[in-house]
Design a protein around this ligand. Structure first.
Ligand SMILES: C[S@@+](CC[C@H](N)C(=O)[O-])C[C@H]1O[C@@H](n2cnc3c(N)ncnc32)[C@H](O)[C@@H]1O
Length: 203
């Protein structure tokens, strides 16, 4: 599937997301940053797209690194003096961070979840995920067809989306495989989840 025009420019992306989230687009990021807590010194945001979290981290003295495959989104972050890495999250060299984040992007990796979780938990003990579970792409007909294409990053994600039960099932598999604690913080249009592993020092 070709990359959706939504990813052509941040303003197009924000406009589309604001429509989808009925004006609540930024609230998703606030829900995520609220979870970060006072002790967080570094964050790695996978598939960051926008720089809302990055700017929040800068204002709060937290070191931020972002990874995205979209050149335009990375260039925009660089222009703001942010530490963005352009590339596939499964191919770039990740560094340790206190917290890894991913918002609205797990659906790009349905067949690569184990690889993704291995990469994340090689570099952190804490992962915060916000993933849509009520999707317009689940609709039949033209609405669903358009929504599936609108979300394609052009990386072969094939229009896949999670619903509450498929996400719970997929995360449960990773939880058991990696021995993680899993806390569902909230479920609405997005499911907000925190996954942690006991740090090596206390194991
Ligand atoms: C739906 S957007 C979400 C952006 C942002 N996190 C948000 O919540 O609004 C998905 C993002 O994932 C990026 N992306 C998709 N596949 C990727 C991959 N394999 N590696 C890195 N970034 C990827 C896209 O370029 C896009 O910026």
């Amino acid at each position: 599937m070709q990359r959706s025009p939504i990813y052509s420019h941040i303003w197009v992306y924000r406009g589309a997301m604001n429509l989808l989230y009925r004006g609540e687009y930024r609230r998703r990021f606030e829900d995520v940053t609220r979870l970060l807590g006072g002790g967080t010194r570094s964050v790695c945001e996978l598939c960051f797209g926008d720089t809302v979290v990055a700017e929040w981290c800068r204002a709060n003295g937290i070191r931020w690194t972002g990874v995205d495959i979209n050149h335009g989104f990375c260039r925009r972050a660089w222009r703001r003096g942010l530490n963005a890495i352009e590339g596939d999250v499964l191919a770039v060299d990740l560094s340790h961070a206190d917290v890894f984040l991913m918002a609205g992007s797990l659906y790009h990796f349905p067949a690569r979840l184990s690889e993704l979780f291995d990469a994340i938990f090689r570099h952190t003990d804490r992962f915060i995920l916000s993933e849509p579970v009520r999707n317009m792409s689940a609709h039949e007909g033209l609405v669903g067809w358009c929504a599936k294409r609108a979300g394609s990053a052009g990386t072969g994600d094939g229009g896949f989306r999670f619903d509450p039960s498929s996400l719970a099932e997929a995360l449960g598999q990773q939880q058991r495989r990696k021995g993680l604690e899993l806390r569902v913080v909230s479920v609405d249009r997005d499911m907000l989840v925190e996954m942690t592993r006991e740090p090596c020092s206390s194991r």
